[in-house]
Design a protein. Structure first.
Length: 423
């Protein structure tokens, strides 16, 4: 059984945190990426012992896991390999493993909504330790901008159908996280407001906002690769625009195409590079052909991480036209790479980007404003470079993983040292 005995103030013994996340590298989803760098910073900078409980993805995935800093142990549990149900089956098995595992923890950190716990699990854990739940968006928000056009004949397409038509059955699990956690962490102001509108007034008092960070070494201008431009067919003097993300309708691809159509009407020396795959890939290609700019659209599909960092660092401007995001890590990754971003006001974009200084903000669906933002400085290499420098400095000053870990360290200490069941 899990002991109720705390570790704070016990000499040199580390505070031990149980981290429940169904995603963890080498599964590099948005949540897995964030958990990897957060636990690394907490272990390295603040000397926590982090026990990450995650899905058993098999021997080949296990062997591909990157090296972990000292102070991090990974424990894998089985799960049901079905869309949506993986989140609840993993959550149930993770908690059962904790209860019978014999280890002693001081606090449990749950990463929702990719991890969903049954109601009784919260009660079982809270008898022993505080629970912090970080809400990485919600299924309610995710499905709000989905359409049938987002569905493809693929495994991901089945997942999309599940989000559209099955995920509402799992809303109650998100409600458990909101109502039964000691502290709820929202990653953006916009998401915090959405969660407060959904929760009780008492629950709203237990919410804090802690944005995720970005690895400013992994995403850095130093990975700029002139050879990449050549391989992409981008000639000297051509404006290099970039879009990164899953090719689904809710990512604002209709806005992207319309904005780019306006851009190429005014400029001939410009190319758009699209990194990612998804159900709207054929639509993008067809639209480009119908509008007459297929020779100025370069679609490269999914790429490994080292190539992705080169794309971010090498482009002149990144376009981020999404319709909905829980946070929107793309904005941080491109800015950390020294490449300015023109983004819609979704997720935390308007908390990250200083409009007109470290990037540009436009309303959702406003293709004309996105095109105009590009035109404002598209022919001025010096202006692009200066905005990219300001973008990177903005990220380094506020949005590194060290900044994020510092905020969690303060939160954890308040819960543990003061013995609170809330904030």
């Amino acid at each position: 059984m899990i002991s109720t005995k705390g570790r704070v103030g016990m000499g040199d013994e580390k505070t031990r945190i149980a981290v429940l996340s169904s995603e963890f590298p080498p599964k590099w989803g948005g949540v897995g990426n964030g958990v990897f760098f957060l636990v690394g910073s907490l272990a390295d900078e603040f000397h926590y012992q982090m026990d990450v409980v995650t899905r058993d993805m098999g021997p080949s995935m296990r062997e591909a896991r990157p090296p972990l800093p000292k102070g991090i142990d990974v424990h894998e549990v089985p799960f049901t390999k079905l869309p949506m149900y993986f989140a609840t089956s993993f959550g149930k098995n993770a908690v059962e493993w904790m209860i019978r595992g014999g280890l002693v923890w001081d606090l449990c950190h749950v990463h929702s909504n990719m991890t969903l716990l049954p109601e009784r699990a919260y009660h079982a854990i809270k008898e022993r330790m505080p629970i912090v739940s970080t809400m990485h968006g919600t299924w309610m928000g995710e499905r709000s901008e989905m359409e049938m056009g987002d569905v493809s004949m693929s495994i991901q397409g089945v997942n999309d159908l599940a989000v559209m038509y099955v995920s509402s059955r799992f809303d109650r699990y998100e409600d458990y996280a909101l109502e039964l956690s000691d502290v709820i962490v929202a990653e953006s102001k916009r998401e915090e407001e959405a969660l407060k509108a959904r929760a009780s007034k008492e629950t709203a008092k237990r919410m804090v906002r802690i944005p995720p960070g970005v690895d400013t070494e992994r995403f850095s201008p130093k990975w700029k690769d002139p050879g990449l431009k050549k391989r992409l067919g981008i000639k000297k003097g051509e404006l290099h625009l970039l879009h990164v993300g899953r090719l689904a309708g809710r990512k604002g691809l209709d806005t992207l195409i319309e904005a780019y159509d306006r851009i190429v009407t005014e400029m001939k020396d410009v190319k758009l590079v699209v990194v990612g795959k998804g159900p709207r890939e054929k639509m993008l290609r067809k639209e480009a052909k119908d509008r007459g700019f297929e020779d100025r659209l370069v679609m490269v599909g999914s790429v490994p991480m080292d190539e992705l960092t080169a794309h971010f660092a090498t482009a002149d401007i990144t376009l981020f036209p999404s319709k909905w995001e829980g946070f929107g890590l793309i904005t941080l990754e491109t800015m950390a790479s020294g490449t300015p971003c023109v983004a819609t006001r979704v997720g935390a974009a308007d908390e990250i980007i200083e409009d007109g200084s470290s990037g540009f903000l436009v309303d959702v669906g406003d293709a004309e404003a996105m095109a105009e933002a590009v035109a404002r400085f598209a022919r001025d290499d010096e202006a692009i470079a200066h905005m990219g420098e300001r973008a990177r400095e903005r990220v380094k000053s506020t949005f590194t993983w060290k900044h994020t870990a510092e905020r969690y360290d303060v939160l954890f200490k308040r819960l543990l040292e003061e013995g609170k069941r809330g904030i």
